[in-house]
Design a protein around this ligand. Structure first.
Ligand code: SF4
Ligand code: ZN
Length: 303
């Protein structure tokens, strides 16, 4: 298989655009697509300080690598949720990556911040999926840490597959408000307590992140979290992979259709009430007490 651009040996077959590319041409193409996504969606300016949420997996490390390569002012932020046999294995990859490239790294631990790990939460409330706690805690940790570090944007490693899965999950569940919050710059609130979240890799297919990491020498850990049991998401992922296999370009088609609908979805939510500050912790919330404080209360009572 030869590269469609330069006839070197191709390393990837990009069926959705009927091109095979060598490692050099692929890296260039990939980099330019991320840049285009950033520019087209006004994600970043040269004055921004970018907190990058990193886990040690390929998507977040590729995000950090590409933003650093584009000379943005980056600071890695890693949340240690407290999942033994998992996060303790991936964090060394983050530390090594940041050390080798001289990127400042801040690690925040659920245990230190909330006095509880996700392993503890799982034991205290086995009926609830660990991901419910984990997602809420991680979002709060990332936003607060980015704000405290003076970051003006918070980048996450969401890829095309993640985006399409979330779009379809919300669509199938009829969650229109959530659909309006899944865009390239997530969240609708403009508030000094909230650091806008951006997704530079949202039109980068997951498989291409693997190849990009490989050809650019990015070492990562692809170990799966022991609590990852979201059957609905897994069904959607399998379904989308089958569709993509049969009809290459399906995932991009869904993302493009969604992006065109986004202004309409968001305009329908203009009357959404202004965010409040949690009366316990002072973070933004839509009710008197934020979700995180509510969850911590449940876990404390179950102790
Ligand atoms: Fe947290 Fe769930 Fe992800 Fe595991 S799979 S890291 S529990 S959100
Ligand atoms: Zn709170």
């Amino acid at each position: 298989m030869k590269c469609s651009k330069c006839s070197n040996r191709a390393v990837i077959d990009m069926r959705y655009m009927q091109k095979q590319l060598c490692s050099y041409c692929f890296s260039r193409y990939y980099w330019q697509r991320v840049k285009r996504n950033i520019v087209r969606n006004n994600m970043l300016s040269r004055h921004d300080k970018v907190g990058v949420g990193v886990s040690g997996g390929k998507d977040s490390l590729v995000t950090l690598y590409v933003l650093k390569d584009m000379h943005y002012d980056v600071n890695a932020i890693c949340v240690d949720e407290g999942i033994s046999g998992y996060r303790d294995k991936t964090i060394p990859y983050v530390e090594r990556f940041c050390e080798q490239r001289e990127i400042p790294l801040t690690i925040v631990r659920n245990k230190d911040q909330y006095g509880i790990t996700i392993d503890d939460a799982r034991k205290r409330d086995p009926a609830k999926p660990a991901c419910s706690y984990c997602g809420v805690f991680r979002r709060e940790q990332l936003n607060r840490t980015a704000r405290e570090l003076g970051m003006t944007k918070l980048a996450t490693g969401h890829n095309l597959d993640d985006e399409v899965q979330v779009i379809l999950m919300n669509f199938f569940r009829g969650e229109v408000q959530r659909m309006a919050r899944t865009g390239p710059v997530a969240g609708l609130v403009e508030n000094e307590l909230f650091v806008p979240r951006i997704k530079p890799l949202r039109d980068s297919p997951e498989k291409e992140n693997v190849v990009y990491a490989l050809v650019n020498g990015i070492e990562y850990d692809d170990i799966e979290c022991p609590y990852s049991t979201d059957a609905f998401r897994r069904d959607i992922r399998n379904f989308m992979n089958q569709m993509e296999e049969k009809r290459p370009g399906t995932k991009f088609g869904i993302l493009n259709a969604y992006d065109r609908m986004l202004p309409i979805l968001q305009s329908g939510l203009e009357n959404i009430s202004a965010p409040l500050q949690c009366e316990k912790c002072g973070e933004l919330t839509s009710s008197l007490v934020c979700k995180k404080c509510e969850m911590l209360q449940v876990l404390q009572e179950a102790a």
